[in-house]
Each structure stands twice: as C-alpha cells, then as structure tokens.
Design a protein around this ligand. Structure first.
Ligand code: FAD
Length: 360
C-alpha cells in the first residue's frame, strides 16, 4: 500500500473541515483534506451563523460572498410562535440582536454581523476559497483506520470509487468528520451527555409564505398546531420567504409515520392556508443528541522521542482535549483532532459544542 506524507491531514469537508483546509492553505501549511462524500452538502442543514464565525469567514476573505447570499441579521430577528402561519400568533420574540434592548450588545460584540445562510450555500463558498488558496481536497476518500506513534499519525483511506487504499502519514490530524466521527471513535474518545432527545424529520421545501412572514421576518418560526400529533415544527428559513427546511417533532419523542403523504399533511396543517402550494425537495430523518467530550484539555509531555508512546493513554492515541472552540454554526458541531509532535508531545483533542445531530 502506498504512503504519502503531509503536515496536516484534515478529515471531513463540512463547514469545519473546509474552513480548516482553506485557512491552512492560506497560511501555506502543507495539508490534505479527505472527505467520504463526492461533494459538498446536498441540503440546507446548519444555517444560523454566529458573529465569531463570520469573523473567521472575514479572515478567509469570503465575508462579502457569504453576506451576498445570506439572510441578513435584521431579517432574522423575529421569532414567531403560532398555531399555523396563517393562524393565531401565540408569541413574538426578538432574537439575535433584534429589538432595541439587545442590538447594542451584538454591535459591541463584534465588527461582524451574524447571518442566516444554509449549509449547502455556504460550503461551496468556503470550498472556492480553499481551492483559490491552493488547498488539496480529496472528495470520495474515506478514512478507514487511524493510529499514531510518537512521530506520525497514520491514516488508512479508501477511494470510494475504485476501492484503492493508501496511507496518509501526517504530523497532525484534524478530525472534522461530523457527529459520527471516525477519528473520534477510532482514537478512543469518550463522550457524555444524552442521545435520542428527539426524532426529527427535516423537509426541505419550496412554499411562498411571503404574505405571512415578510412583516415579521425571522430565521426561525415555530408552529404548534392544536389537536395534532405534531407537538412542534420549527421552520428555518432557507430563502426569504419562499424556501424552508422545517423539522417536525412529535409528542413524547415518538417516531411515527414519516411517509411523504403524512408529511404533506403536516406541512399543509402548519401553513394553514390551502391556497399556498408547496413542493418538497428532500426529506431527511435525524436524531437530536446532546453530547460533549468528557474530559477537559490535557496534554501529556514526555522527554522526547519514541518514549512518548509507552504509556497506556498514549497507546490509545493520547487523551481527550475538549476545546471551547469556535463553532462554525450556532448549533455547534463536533470535531476531534489528534496531533503528534515529533519530539515530546502528544495531543488529542475534540471540539464538541453542545448539540450533535446525526442522520440515522
Ligand atoms: C439532516 C440534518 C439536518 C440538520 N439541520 C440542522 C439545522 O437545522 N440547524 C443546524 O444548526 N444544524 C443542523 N444540522 C447539523 C449541522 O449540519 C452540523 O452541525 C454541521 O454540519 C457540522 O459541521 P461539521 O463540519 O462539523 O461536520 P459535517 O458537516 O457533518 O461534515 C462532516 C464531514 O466529514 C466527512 N466524513 C465523515 N466521516 C468520514 C470518514 N470516515 N472519512 C472521510 N470523511 C468523513 C463527511 O464527508 C463530511 O464532509 C443538521 C444536520 C443534518 C444531518
């Protein structure tokens, strides 16, 4: 099996991995990014992008490109709870710096404004920046195994088309491979928290709801339909105000029927106006989890060379390192990395931020 060398291996090309890849390339650090899928996200997913993240995007030189495609902060600011879009409004909150009480907090907090940009729109912008910086990104390449000694990390990868396998030998590995991280599991990370907090069904759809949303525009609208087996649906706005990615939660975390026919019923119920036509683009089931790494940062230091690999903890690829980190999205995400320094240090770290969600 052939082996190639690099300084940094990035596993995953979601928002986190792509950003790491683009920034490493900008800093002229040799790196390779592998990702098992053939392209960027094919659905909206994460969307509310916080100020700190926009600062990172500014550093990358893509803030303007992002803002030109995003819903700006002032349009995100109203959060409505209602029995349906056309029905009774139950409450209206000011969110994300909307309203005079909080606006100055946000303005003082950062030179950058937060925004609402769906993941399938954001990722190509970061990918373009990464490519422009000269990043090497290998799509369709899956991490299978990973190990380390005191000098290098060894990642066995497989090309998904053709089944070719090879090893990437790297000084550092950044695991940006999402909620079901192979880096995390193969490197023996422990997580704590709760899983299966709710079963969610996301439906990406087109429906022109301008007449019900333009005057109370928000990134999220919550619908609580009386007498329904749906407890709540949350409607992230994908494009103001004709594209949406609602997810539906049933009472008592029940799974229930997720057929297109049933979902159409729930969508019609949530809109509450039979004259509004809608078209479903994609349906995805996922699970709400709330997981964090169970240890705080820890670095083990040994006096040099390969002696570093002698302790059991280091044989497990080092210890966990929970990084307060910068989530790329407001919902946060889980990243893990481990790093081998040729001389004295071994460090594994992971950057989970609150909720983790994964497709079943
Ligand atoms: C259906 C769905 C709906 C969601 N809805 C929302 C939402 O409404 N709001 C919200 O804020 N968040 C939502 N999320 C969560 C959001 O998508 C994640 O928080 C975000 O994508 C995390 O970014 P990331 O870069 O850490 O990882 P991801 O975007 O998950 O990217 C992981 C990357 O790792 C790669 N990868 C995984 N395993 C391997 C491997 N073994 N080898 C090589 N590459 C690998 C994948 O190809 C991918 O590129 C949703 C997620 C899903 C799945």
């Amino acid at each position: 099996m052939s082996t190639i060398n690099t300084d940094v291996l990035v596993v995953g090309a979601g928002p986190a991995g792509l950003t790491a890849s683009a920034l490493l390339a900008k800093l002229k650090v040799p790196s390779i990014t592998v990702t098992k899928y053939d392209g960027t996200a094919d659905s909206p997913r994460a969307h509310i992008t916080n100020q700190r993240t926009v600062e990172v995007l500014r550093d990358l030189g893509v803030e303007e490109a992002v803002m030109s495609k995003a819903m700006p902060q002032d349009k995100m600011a109203t959060q409505v709870f209602a029995t349906s879009f056309s029905g009774m409004e139950l409450s209206r909150l000011s969110t994300w710096g909307g309203g005079v009480e909080r606006r100055s907090d946000y303005e003082q907090g950062s030179p950058c404004a937060m925004c609402n940009i769906p993941q399938h729109v954001l990722e190509p912008i970061i990918l373009d920046a990464a490519k422009a910086n000269g990043a090497e990104i290998r799509f369709g390449t899956e991490l299978i195994e990973i190990s380390q000694d005191s000098d290098w990390a060894y990642a066995k990868v497989r090309e998904r088309h053709g089944d070719k396998e090879y090893t990437i030998q790297a000084k550092y590995v950044l695991g940006a491979d999402g909620a079901r991280s192979t880096v995390g599991s193969k490197a023996g990370f422990d997580y704590e928290g709760e899983v299966a907090l709710g079963d969610a069904i996301s439906v990406w759809l087109k429906a022109d709801l301008t007449k019900y949303t333009k005057h109370r525009s928000g990134a999220l609208t919550y619908i609580c339909p009386p007498g329904s087996d749906i407890w709540l649906s949350c409607w992230p706005c994908v494009n103001a105000w004709d594209e949406w990615n609602p997810f539906f939660l049933r009472y008592a975390r029940a799974r229930g029927d997720a057929s297109e026919e049933t979902l159409k019923k729930h969508i019609a119920e949530a809109i509450g106006d039979p004259s509004i036509k809608f078209e479903i683009k994609k349906i995805t089931r996922w699970q709400v989890n709330h997981m964090v790494a169970s240890a705080l940062p820890e670095r083990s230091t040994v006096p040099g060379g390969r002696r570093g690999s002698s302790s059991p903890a280091r044989k497990r690829l080092g210890k966990q390192h929970l990084h307060p980190g910068t989530p790329i999205t407001s919902s946060g995400s889980s990243h893990s990395s481990f790093r081998v320094k040729p001389t004295t240090h071994s460090l594994i770290h992971t950057i989970p931020n609150g909720s983790r969600s994964g497709v079943r």
